[in-house]
Write a protein that binds this ligand. Structure first.
Ligand code: FES
Length: 145
């Protein structure tokens, strides 16, 4: 094999591996988040901590009494954010991913702490109070933190 052919085939192989890796990484970040459906007892939803893994720190929680889902975020310090997935611009539903929440209506976006990262929304997302113990995290649907 000529030197030129070797370099050419090596670069193509590297590009293929790097490209596949980037594509895989992109696809994983676009993968749908796990959805957990449940009902509340006395206005409190209880989510087992076993729903989370070291790789999976986001969970979409659905309750039939709410118009929109809740994005439950397990933070690195072990505390939780329970973010109501309703855009604060004009109340449209939000899409969630590992990088944050996005509104397809007019382009607002929010970080995993509920803060606005892209207008036109200017108000942070509604947060529900949470309380965790060794086995579960409770979401208080009628209370803000
Ligand atoms: S309703 Fe979400 S940006 Fe307008």
């Amino acid at each position: 094999m000529q030197r030129r052919d070797f370099i050419k085939s090596t670069c193509v192989a590297c590009f293929g591996v790097l490209g596949a890796g980037s594509l895989l990484s992109s696809l994983q970040s676009c993968a749908p988040l796990p959805l957990l459906k449940g009902e509340a007892e006395n206005g409190i939803m209880t989510i087992p901590l076993s729903s989370f893994t070291p790789e999976q720190h986001l969970l979409i929680v659905r309750n039939s009494k709410l118009d929109h889902d809740i994005l439950l975020v397990k933070k690195t310090d072990g505390s939780f954010n329970a973010l109501y997935m309703q855009c604060t611009h004009q109340n449209q539903p939000l899409n969630a991913s590992k990088s944050g929440l996005f509104c397809s209506a007019h382009g607002s976006s929010f970080n995993l702490d509920g803060q606005v990262t892209q207008e036109p929304a200017t108000t942070p997302l509604r947060k529900f109070k949470t309380e965790a113990d060794t086995n579960s995290v409770k979401i208080f649907l009628s209370q803000n933190p």
